[in-house]
Design a protein around this ligand. Structure first.
Ligand SMILES: Cc1ncc(C[n+]2csc(CCOP(=O)(O)OP(=O)(O)O)c2C)c(N)n1
Ligand SMILES: [Mg+2]
Length: 661
């Protein structure tokens, strides 16, 4: 027993030494928090967390997210000690090109990293999403005696996470939703980059979380493993409330610089690393050397950790026999089984005048009949974004099986939560708000893109077509902003069939988020739209030997169609290209792109009610763009389009000017 105690302490010290050594070798990194939180995380991973390092994908594993991503060496040291596949060599490569130990943890890159973190607050919010996914799947699939989903979600957050607004949004929702399996550790070291947190952060975090409705627990000494263990047990015991364990720690603990802000984000220095070895009584002088008795102790621990999964595997096998239909549905969820939407005629049936937010709602509800695992909602705008799954209930504490989520007015957290749901697996998250407020969710969208998560963003009210609400509600620069983000597909459909194509892409092909940018106002249904929209840009109407090319997306396709007809009356031959997604067009072959936009036709006119910038890529130096490069205004939509020059006459005029130039 006492020997084990010593070996446990040796493991905690190993985290501190490996962190100090790795940051020192890299000449960059953040040793402080990793050293301060070493005992806390070791106690959790060794004695409470249900995980199997030999299978980091195990369905019912407890999730652990390091929301304070800068403390990545803490996570890497744990992944090394618990033998997730990281080696001492990997630690020596900390922060180097192509290493498995990048500056901040990257999901999909290092085994055992559940989420990419670094932008503070995102990790905690993703954890809320994971806890929601767990509650939902547990409610749908667990059976009496068969708790297939019964794990916890653990998060380690620091002062920075607690200061970020996104954390408040997510934490407030977590309490409303009574996510009892969510447990947050707050590394309360009272230090951030500029020094003592008192300079900018004096609130009582415990009272704040109590006010949200969380269980609030305190551990006065972050090195007291027994007290930490008791707090974890208490946190787990409360089924009805998420828990926060506020742990007093010392940043840089073990080093001569403990308690000082400079341990936050720079190497301790050779001398101080040597002094740290002395202060904590580390037995080996050589950098990165780990005592053999610790290695064998940890190997045993890892071995025994595997037992939880072994019993769960048995349970799951019995479950599959006892509830074959339910097990089959769960398997479909987990494998993201997809029907052939291209062959499904009904999915493409649209007619008459409809707003694309409306056709999107139709698509979502058609999909809900075909897929078992849509799960999402809106930031208090479902009636406007048309995102309610009509036949499904709402995800609420008394009905976790509901597939519709009330995110509340919390766009920042909504995106991060959707990422958590996507990371969790088994579900297809979507979220929605007004396009202009995509600014509020951009941090999370960027994380979707970075992690290549196929989250669906339904962004409605996409231009000055919003009308009377005025410039605060009228997106202008947003298309250009989102189109500039790597791994994001922006899809701005012109009618119902192009909306259907957007969903096919989002569900079937996407290796990253898809942003559906949709109108508030009605648009016609075109005869020749359809699956061709999956190419991103395609010829909607052609002319023999065209003299010019008209390009348009979304609501402005209507104008281009009208202008083409007017030009034809004057004997002018125009090709009309619908371009709902520049990103998908860029993915096509050069031959295809040349067939749509031949090099020799240089008179090109693009029309879109947004910043003109993205279109210059396609119209070139000899072309022209009718866009909006100022803020909008408050007036009826028809007036605004006219005043901003979006009429068939103006487009025709611009085309004629271009031809005659
Ligand atoms: C959204 C965001 N803003 C700013 C930063 C830069 N940053 C990284 S760590 C940090 C301070 C964090 O303080 P704390 O969480 O207390 O960490 P500690 O200093 O205790 O390690 C800041 C401002 C960031 N990573 N993410
Ligand atoms: Mg801190």
């Amino acid at each position: 027993m006492s020997e084990n105690k010593n070996l446990d302490q040796l493991a905690v010290d190993a985290i501190r030494i490996l962190t100090a050594d790795s940051v020192q070798k890299a000449k960059s990194g953040h040793p402080g928090m990793a050293m301060g939180s070493a005992a806390l995380t070791y106690e959790l991973w060794a004695n409470h967390m249900q995980h199997n390092p030999k299978d980091p994908q195990w369905l019912n594993r407890d999730r652990f997210i390091l929301s304070a991503g800068h403390a990545s060496m803490l996570l890497y040291s744990l992944l090394y000690l618990f033998d997730y596949g990281l080696t001492i060599e990997d630690l020596k490569q900390f922060r180097q090109w192509d290493s498995r130990t990048p500056g901040h943890p990257e999901h999909g890159h290092t085994p055992g990293v559940e989420a990419t973190t670094g932008p503070l607050g995102q990790g905690l919010s993703m954890g809320v999403g994971m806890a929601m996914a767990q509650a939902h799947l547990a409610s749908r699939f667990n059976q009496p005696g068969y708790d297939i989903f019964d794990h916890y979600v653990y998060i380690l957050a620091g002062d920075g996470c607690m200061m970020e607004g996104i954390t408040s949004e997510a934490s407030s929702l977590a309490a409303t939703l009574k996510l009892g399996r969510l447990i947050v550790f707050y590394d309360d070291n009272e230090i951030s980059i500029e020094g003592d947190t008192d300079v900018a952060f004096t609130e009582d975090v415990g009272q704040r979380y109590a006010a949200y409705g969380w269980q609030v627990l305190h551990v006065a000494d972050g090195n007291d493993k027994a007290a930490l263990g008791r707090a974890i047990k208490e946190a787990k015991a409360d089924d009805n409330r998420p828990s926060i364990i506020i742990v007093k720690t010392d940043i840089g603990y073990g080093s001569p610089l403990a308690g000082q802000a400079k341990t936050h984000g720079e190497p301790l220095g050779e001398d101080n690393v040597a002094r740290t070895r002395e202060l904590i009584g580390w037995p080996l002088a050589e950098p990165f050397a780990v005592p053999a008795e610790l290695t064998s102790y940890m190997a045993e621990k890892v071995q025994s950790l595997g037992q939880a999964q072994a019993s769960w595997d048995e349970l799951y096998k019995d479950y599959q026999e006892a509830f074959p239909q339910m097990a089959a549905e769960l398997a479909d969820c987990l494998s993201q089984k997809m029907p052939d939407l291209l062959a499904n005629e009904e999915f493409w049936q649209f007619s008459g005048a409809q707003a694309t937010r409306g056709t999107s709602g139709v698509c979502l509800n058609r999909l809900d009949k075909l897929l078992p695992n849509l799960f999402g909602g809106s930031a208090d705008l479902a009636p406007s974004t048309k995102t309610e799954l009509i036949e499904q209930g709402w995800f609420q504490p008394h009905n976790y099986a509901g597939k519709n989520i009330h995110f509340g007015v919390r766009e920042h957290a909504m995106a991060a939560i959707s990422n958590g749901i996507a990371l969790y697996g088994g579900l297809r998250p979507f979220c929605a708000t007004f396009f202009v407020f995509s600014d509020y969710l951009k941090g999370g969208l960027r994380m979707s893109a970075l992690m290549q998560l196929p989250v669906i963003y339904v962004l409605t009210h996409d231009s000055i077509g919003v009308g009377e609400d005025g410039p605060t509600h009228e997106p202008v620069e947003h298309l250009a902003a989102l189109r500039s983000m790597p791994n994001v597909t922006v899809f701005r459909p012109a009618d119902g069939k192009e909306t259907a194509a957007a969903y096919v892409h989002a569900l079937q092909n996407a290796q990253g988020p898809t942003c559906l940018v949709l109108t508030r106002q009605n648009l016609p249904t075109y005869e020749n739209t359809g699956p061709a929209a999956l190419k991103g840009g395609y010829i909607l109407e052609d002319a023999a030997d065209p003299q010019l090319i008209l390009l348009a997306a979304g609501s402005e396709l209507e104008l281009a169609v009208a202008a083409k007809a007017k030009l034809a009356e004057q004997g002018i031959r125009a090709r009309l290209v619908s371009m709902p997604s520049m990103e998908l067009f860029e993915k096509q072959s050069d031959a295809y792109k040349e067939s749509v936009l031949p090099r020799n036709i240089r008179k090109r006119l693009a029309v879109e009610a947004g910043a003109s910038m993205p279109w210059y890529r396609y119209v070139g130096l000899d072309g022209k763009v009718i866009g909006i490069d100022r803020f909008g205004a408050s007036a009826p939509a028809g007036t605004l389009f006219r005043e901003f020059g979006f009429t068939p006459e103006k487009v025709t005029e611009a085309a004629l000017e271009l031809l005659n130039s």
